[in-house]
Design a protein around this ligand. Structure first.
Ligand code: UT7
Length: 335
């Protein structure tokens, strides 16, 4: 299926392997209590987050992406020379350019792979998956590595309690290939509404507002979030995207064995699952340990579900995302 909901005439596409990587350093709610006027109680009740992982000053997106990508390739039983393409989904890449995917290609030694970064904020991973699927379905690529990675800690104002409690760093990855078999993509849907772009943004550092002294003084190197408005749009957007892919596949929410939602806020996850009438035991939640890792959140949760044996062959797995842009998407996989 393609993003507009029409049936693809191309080949079937499968996930061949998954991997993930989070930094070792843990930033707890108690740590944040010492930094800003907040409390563990507020953070847990409003977001579900207890701790998040944060990189040290020397680490960048490509460092986490490399480990997650290598783990996904090992799980898939392939080597970097098997890759036709590398897509890195991120809004916090090492540089504005070159792309983080090109940096990864050099590190892996995969000169035959073409590379691009995918910018769709928290929805990035499913945008990358759908792009990989389209290349494979059409026969333009055989094997594609997709990595969702974010280093949001370097774009977070740790004096702003409204945002600094929300985010964490991490990377998750999946390798895609053609053919029938397990872990098959059944349907997917992507959407966007640019009219809401200012709800989540990084004001400075682009061509509209370069990183000047004035921008730095105004703290515009840090992300801003209008959380309340995103919250409402997020619940509706994620539930609608789920219904769209289920409709495409002729299935219903009751058929879903495992819902893997973007981990932005436990209340958003609960409200989305409630709308779909999917019970909590069928919903993957790890926001308590990692916070919101944006494009990394769904692939980390997927990889944890795989490595902990939470997902079984034949299960219907529904991944759903929502984030800056605004962007959203959902992908249905028969595991
Ligand atoms: O992945 C996509 C990006 N993610 C998002 O955009 C997040 C989506 N939104 C959310 O998760 C929630 O809206 C938040 C967690 C960001 C905020 O929760 P809320 O229930 O919508 O709270 P609020 O923004 O309405 O703030 C309620 C109060 C305010 O105080 P007053 O004005 O009522 O006196 C805030 O100043 O909570 C205050 N507050 C805090 N208090 C303690 C805001 N942040 C904190 C904090 N600690 N860290």
């Amino acid at each position: 299926m393609n993003s507009s909901g029409k049936k693809s005439l191309g080949r079937e596409v499968r996930i061949l392997g998954t991997g993930s990587c989070v930094p070792d350093r843990v930033l707890t709610n108690q740590d944040l209590e010492r930094m800003v006027d907040t409390s563990d109680e507020w953070i847990v009740t409003r977001t579900g987050i207890k701790e998040r992982r944060i990189v040290g000053p020397d680490m960048a997106a490509s460092d986490l992406a490399e480990v997650a990508g290598a783990r996904a390739m090992k799980a898939a039983g392939i080597t970097p020379t098997d890759l036709d393409a590398i897509f890195v989904c991120t809004v916090t890449g090492d540089h504005l350019f070159p792309s983080t995917s090109c940096l990864l290609q050099a590190r892996f030694g995969a000169p035959q792979a073409f590379c691009m970064d995918v910018s769709a904020a928290c929805s990035g991973f499913l945008y990358g998956c759908e792009t990989a699927s389209a290349f494979i379905a059409s026969g333009m690529a055989e094997t594609v590595l997709v990595v969702g990675v974010e280093i949001l800690s370097k774009f977070t104002n740790f004096e702003d309690r409204g945002t600094c409690v929300l985010f964490g760093d991490g990377a998750g990855a999946a390798v895609f290939g053609p053919g029938p078999g397990p872990h098959q993509i059944l349907a997917s849907h992507l959407g966007a509404d640019g009219r809401f772009g200012s709800l989540i943004e990084l004001p400075a550092g682009g061509s509209r507002r370069p990183m000047t002294h004035e921008a730095l003084e105004a703290r515009q190197q840090y992300l801003t979030v209008k959380g309340n408005e995103v919250f409402k749009l997020g619940v509706r957007g994620m539930a609608d995207a789920c219904i769209k892919v289920l409709d495409q596949a002729g299935l219903a929410p009751d058929d879903v064995d495992l819902l893997i939602p973007h981990q932005a806020n436990l209340r958003i996850i609960d409200a989305t699952a409630k709308r779909l009438e999917i019970p909590p035991e069928r919903v993957v939640v790890n926001i308590d340990r990692y916070g919101n890792t944006s494009a990394a959140s769904v692939p980390i949760a997927l990889d944890e579900a795989v490595t902990t044996g939470r997902v079984h062959e034949g299960d219907l797995v529904l991944m759903v995302v929502f984030g800056g842009g605004l962007t959203w998407g959902a992908t249905l996989v028969r595991w």
